[in-house]
Design a protein around this ligand. Structure first.
Ligand SMILES: CCCCCCCCCCCCCCCC(=O)OC[C@@H](O)COP(=O)(O)OC[C@@H](O)CO
Length: 216
């Protein structure tokens, strides 16, 4: 073992997002109601934007609260502009669904393993109150200015261009509580944590009654 090895292995970022291989097929269109080129609306600097913590069981549309009972949750962030009177949802998830990010493909014509594991941010107008509150969480955690929102929007675009691969698995050295984290996951909840961290670094005061749990 390399004694200088840094654990966990840092998440690898890239300088651009490649076009996904046509072999990769999505069961559902990615970010169907979002702006096609991922643009995020510009707010007036003096606007007051409420920030919401959103959480719902993964695949609730298909299995209801089932995965929530195993604490397998999808995390997102909601925004509400006082000046525009509009709500928005921002989330990060797989382009080709969870299975493709969890298991690779074996293809005769390409070297194994072949992955269809891109993930990306999705920003769209509206917050589906029922979806988030019926089996999960819809909680106001703070307010930011329009200027702070605009800075965050720029940061999300950069984050989205460089952090392109979804990682389902968290890999540890052994099952014990004090095991070494070898590889961290990179999923919806990590995006939410990164965004909270960015906003608090910009001076936002965010507080939640409960923690945004990592899966596992
Ligand atoms: C054949 C599939 C096998 C998959 C087995 C996976 C076992 C490990 C489960 C780990 C789950 C981690 C999920 C972490 C949260 C996350 O990244 O969620 C993103 C996405 O999976 C959520 O999907 P949806 O619930 O469909 O929500 C997306 C919608 O909100 C889009 O608007």
């Amino acid at each position: 073992v390399n004694i200088n090895q840094q654990w966990p292995v840092p998440y690898r970022r890239f300088d651009h997002r490649p076009v996904a291989d046509s072999y990769c097929e999505a069961m559902f269109p990615f970010c169907p109601t979002g702006n096609m080129d991922g643009m995020i609306p510009y707010m007036n600097n003096w606007d007051v934007i409420s920030v919401f913590r959103l959480q719902a069981p993964v695949w609730e549309f298909k299995y209801g609260s089932l995965l929530g009972k195993m604490h397998i949750m999808h995390d997102a962030i909601g925004f509400s502009s006082a000046e525009r009177g509009k709500n928005y949802t921002m989330e990060w998830y797989e382009l080709f669904q969870l299975g493709n990010c969890t298991f690779p493909h074996l293809r005769t014509e390409t070297s194994a393993p072949f992955w269809c594991n891109q993930g990306a941010a999705c920003f769209f107008e509206g917050i589906d109150d029922i979806h988030w509150s019926q089996n999960g969480t819809l909680e106001k955690i703070g307010e930011i200015s329009g200027g702070q929102f605009n800075d965050m929007a720029k940061w999300v675009q950069q984050d989205n261009q460089t952090g392109i691969y979804y990682e389902t698995w968290t890999v540890r050295s052994d099952p014990s509580p004090n095991s070494t984290l070898w590889f961290d996951s990179y999923d919806c909840s990590q995006f939410v944590h990164r965004t909270y961290r960015y906003l608090t670094q910009q001076g936002a005061l965010l507080s939640s009654r409960s923690q945004t749990r990592f899966f596992g």
